[in-house]
Design a binder for this molecule. Structure first.
Ligand code: AMP
Ligand code: GLY
Length: 424
């Protein structure tokens, strides 16, 4: 089977690594990929938003399966474009990817179908938003409707901050058109959990849980980032909570999308808050999480091609997911200064130490080959070092030990990834 994976971050490296283990995969290609992905797949330099070039390439190479990783091309309809060329594609079509692409859409869907989420109001002009915020309860959460690299969410502790938030999103257009419409939402407290699922339009299969650390600094301080590390499973995600979510959140979401004529096939990533009133949906994503994938796929026993194909064919009811009875921790090695200003282009050393390892891996998020063929840093998030262990504590110790194997100038990491588990 000849497979194309679209994307070039840590998530796609983990997907490619997992696909490369499948005996069914005879050829693996990634576009655009990165220097780490090049170790398991042939990388072809086509940008994820260059739909025409991507579709022509995929058609010409006659891939048996195409997997779309990132949110932007999904929301913009890359799956539809590839399907028009007759390709078999894993990922939601444009009309279903809106589940992540528009927060107003997803909130309205949850309200209509009684899926638990924070109370909210939607605004498409700053005057109405400002008037509402004069009397709204604070803290209040403001969200840009559209995709904003995970940065379009503002938690406003005071009315003053809320006013400034409206200005940032709607008047200064800091996130472009993503902020033309905003959602103002009730502030929820509790533990956050990420739950990734496979969906074939009707059936949903739930993967093991994970938790992300979004802030840049230890102790959840500093700016929001794309994610500084993850662990799996979450000790807070109990069987009881899982049963509740399956009944009240997961299956109802799949059924709601179908009822709306927006059949969802692909990954639904549920961002949940475990509140005192029960689990509530913070957000939906229409793709694998990054860096959640880097702790979930190493624990998964199934052949990933079989699960992808079952989603495409609508036969997921015949698949049971299996996960190792262990734990995994992923520590992101970033460029110091991320998510603001940072330098790149520094050589990365020690990568060969991961070759042949059975319980630790390095997934590249931002790396490339320089003119001399050396692997150098090429982003804010550079590498994700994942290790497994019998339990979270062991996995965490193993992951931090493994971070010592690789080096580059300006290497920065949080030292408390997975530490929330101590309080469980
Ligand atoms: P989102 O992109 O919607 O997941 O939001 C990013 C982050 O903002 C989440 O991971 C939460 O930490 C936080 N957040 C989002 N919505 C809320 C809410 N209603 N109450 C509290 N925190 C929130
Ligand atoms: N780690 C959060 C996300 O992928 O959106």
């Amino acid at each position: 089977m000849k497979v194309l994976v679209i994307g070039g971050g840590g998530r796609e490296h983990a997907i490619c690594w997992k696909l490369a283990k499948s005996p069914k995969v005879t050829e693996l290609v990634c576009a655009p990929g990165n220097a780490g992905i090049a170790g398991v797949a042939r990388c072809v330099n086509i940008g994820v938003m260059d739909f025409e070039k991507m579709a022509d390439f995929a058609k010409k190479e006659a891939f048996d399966l195409v997997v779309v990783g990132p949110d932007d091309p999904l929301a913009a309809g890359l799956v539809d474009v590839l399907e028009e060329k007759g390709l078999r594609v894993f990922g939601p079509r444009k009309n279903a990817a809106i589940l992540e692409g528009s927060k107003a859409f997803s909130k309205d869907l949850m309200k209509k179908y009684g899926i638990p989420t924070a109370a909210y109001e939607t605004f498409d002009n700053p005057e109405d938003a400002l008037a509402y915020l004069e009397t709204a309860k604070v803290p209040v959460v403001l969200k840009a409707d559209g995709l904003a690299l995970g940065k379009g969410v503002l938690i406003c502790n005071t009315r003053e901050e809320a006013r400034a938030g409206v200005k940032t999103l709607m008047m200064d257009h800091q996130f472009g058109h993503a902020g033309d419409k905003i959602v103002a939402e009730e502030f929820l407290t509790g533990r956050e959990v990420s739950v990734l699922t496979f969906v074939d339009g009707k059936t949903i299969r739930v993967m093991t849980s994970a938790q992300d650390h979004k802030r840049a600094k230890d102790g959840d301080q500093g700016l929001n980032t794309g994610g500084m590390g993850t662990f799996s499973p979450s000790p807070f995600y109990t069987e009881e909570i899982d049963a509740f979510c399956r009944e009240k959140i997961y299956q109802p979401t799949v059924d709601a999308m179908r009822a709306e004529g927006r059949e969802f096939k692909g990954i639904i990533f549920f961002g949940l808050m475990l509140t005192a009133d029960g689990p509530k949906v913070l957000e939906y994503n229409a793709r694998f999480g990054d860096p959640e994938t880097q702790v979930v796929l190493p624990r998964m026993k199934n052949d990933l091609t079989e699960v992808f194909e079952a989603c495409i064919d609508g036969t997921l009811d015949q698949v049971e997911l299996e996960f190792e009875d262990n734990a995994a921790v992923c520590v992101v090695l970033a460029s110091d200064g991320y998510p603001e200003h940072y330098e790149k282009g520094f050589p990365i050393t020690g990568l060969e130490a991961f070759e042949g390892q059975e319980d630790c891996w390095v997934f590249h998020a931002g790396s490339k080959f320089d003119a001399d063929g050396r692997i150098v840093t090429n982003g804010g998030r550079v590498l994700g070092v994942t290790a497994t262990g019998a339990n979270l504590e062991e996995a965490r110790a193993n992951a931090y030990e493994a971070t010592k194997l690789v080096n580059f100038q300006n290497k920065y990491m949080r030292l408390d990834i997975g530490k929330a588990i101590d309080e469980a």
